[in-house]
Design a protein around this ligand. Sequence first.
Ligand code: ADP
Ligand code: MG
Length: 250
Amino acid sequence: MADLAGTPTPVLSVRGLRKMFGDTVVLRDIDFDVLPGQAVVLIGGSGSGKSTLLRCLNLLETVDDGDIHLDGREITDPRVHADEVRRRIGVVFQAYNLFPHMTVLRNVTLAPIRVHRRPRAEARDRARELLTRIGLADKLDVYPDRLSGGQQQRLAIVRALAAGPALLLLDEITSALDPELVGEVLTLVGTLKREGLPMVVATHEMAFAHEIADEVLFLDAGSIVERGTPSQVLDNPREARTQQFLARLT
Ligand code: ADP
Ligand code: MG
């Protein structure tokens, strides 16, 4: 979709979003768009609001003000069913993404069969194709605890992709991994980005943020303090708080 001027409809559009926990404002005045094929990367210290923002996008949290549109449709409208929205958004968290009591193949086919009502054979074919892509074709019948941490997170990503989401949300998906396993997970995300999958990604991996981000948002105490291209925000930050945050990482 595009308007008459040829500007593409954002996949995701967030305006004036505000979120409170009790009396505490944890997100304020959050505005951003994800255009088709784009990656927006959230950076910021612990407690700055990255996870809460991602949870709001997926309607895992209610918002106190502002609105969110997915493919031009307002999903913060109370009449919208959260399950319907979540079916269109793939999510991967830091850990505990997989069903431990199900095989690798079943982890990937469960939602397409149960939630999206895809025929079993079709879901299995698609799952095998995705699992082959990430080198797990010979692990279809094993349980997740038999996989390395990097394999588990790549499986979690593939599971999030199985139903063909419009948008992918990734919340510090490599934070719990041993350093030598981080690369294989981020390489997969980079490939998906190049293939045009829109995403919102919270990460502490600045080289990765630099590589994939179309826009970087630096959050501090629930506000977007600085935003721009990776070279603007990561290489030439203007705000003191951004400078301090980046200096602490190195
Ligand atoms: P980040 O992911 O950037 O570390 P979070 O979104 O987890 O930040 O947290 C933002 C703020 O919201 C923090 O002050 C945190 O303590 C608070 N917070 C997060 N979840 C809840 C909750 N369920 N109830 C109350 N406060 C919360
Ligand atoms: Mg978090």
